[in-house]
Design a protein around this ligand. Structure first.
Ligand code: 13P
Ligand code: SF4
Length: 304
């Protein structure tokens, strides 16, 4: 439980500094509890375009801060911890994009939002896990180079036979650690449970799932479902909101390694410090920002 005095300090600073606190479902429950808004990557990006506060404190990983800044360049976006970074965001190189563009001149480069601003600047359209299928379906190009996540790309490609996909080999180490064998074992222990998985999981795990979706889609599905027990195939931070909304349902994570060390860098103390100092601010160089905002804006358009 977060210290009461610290929470009071945060509430006071939030007012004084004209700030709003945004958090992703993977950060610690006590950070989610103090945030003004908690959501999946798409929700957080969309929200950034409507915020009327001067300072946005982002409790999540680097690419989320960059996306908020790109979509809302007039605001200060402050990271609760600037070292909280998503390894997947760095798993593709510009040279690779250029090589694929040379080989397939008609290709659309579709980048998962879990990517650096620099990679976005070299892409045509962005997607998140909740809108990837809809956005790619609405792209006119037939050939799609999907970066960096291999699993999400393959998952949506199965539902889009009219497209030709070129995949990349990026992955999320947290979701990759969830194995088919572990899901089968969890199902043996909880035979009545429904399996809910994030599309960053490997294909064999997704085949065992009753539902596949983004973090907020998993939460909505579990909340609306008649089932009472669920096996959760995504990062453990999501259990906080699942349990808040469904106190009478039971949630089990597949294993004990579903833990994103970067998301867990965010603490209540760091949120207080970020509010106090309004540092570190997200800075995206102008020449990158100009092009990196375009695929995010295109995503908003195609996701409608
Ligand atoms: P979503 O919240 O969009 O499902 O994304 C999951 C994720 O890995 C964020 O880093
Ligand atoms: Fe990146 Fe995976 Fe952590 Fe999400 S859970 S921030 S994809 S490492």
């Amino acid at each position: 439980m977060a210290d009461q005095k610290l929470l009071e300090k945060i509430n006071k600073l939030r007012e004084e500094k004209n700030a709003v606190i945004l958090a992703h479902y993977y950060v610690d429950g006590e950070v989610q509890a103090l945030a003004d808004y908690v959501g999946d990557s798409y929700f957080l990006a969309k929200l950034a375009t409507t915020i009327d506060k001067e300072n946005v404190i982002l409790c999540g990983v680097n690419f989320m801060g960059e996306s908020a800044k790109l979509l809302n360049p007039g605001k200060n976006v402050i990271l609760a911890d600037e070292l909280a970074d998503c390894p997947m965001a760095h798993m593709v190189e510009i040279e690779k994009i250029e090589q694929v563009r040379r080989e397939y001149p008609d290709v659309a480069v579709v980048c998962y939002v879990n990517s650096t601003a620099e990679i976005k600047a070299h892409s045509d359209v962005c997607v998140t896990s909740s809108n990837a299928l809809r956005v790619v379906k609405n792209i006119i190009n037939k050939q799609i180079f999907f970066i960096p996540d291999n699993n999400l790309g393959r998952y949506i490609s199965k539902m889009l036979p009219e497209k030709e996909f070129i995949f990349h080999d990026g992955f999320c180490h947290v979701h990759k650690s969830i194995t088919k064998e572990a899901v089968e074992k969890a199902k043996e222990i909880h035979p009545q449970a429904q399996v809910l998985a994030h599309p960053e999981c490997t294909g064999d795990v997704l085949e065992l799932a009753d539902f596949v979706g983004s973090t907020s889609e998993i939460i909505d599905y579990a909340t609306e479902s008649e089932a009472e027990t669920f096996i959760i195939g995504t990062e453990m931070g999501i259990l906080y909101e699942l349990e808040q909304r469904n106190p009478n349902k039971k949630f089990y994570s597949v294993g004990h390694r579903q833990f994103c060390p970067n998301m867990k860098r965010i603490t209540v103390e760091k949120v207080a410090e970020a509010l106090e100092t309004l540092e570190p601010k997200v800075i995206v160089l102008d020449e990158i920002a100009k092009n990196a905002a375009k695929p995010l804006q295109k995503m908003m358009e195609l996701a409608k």
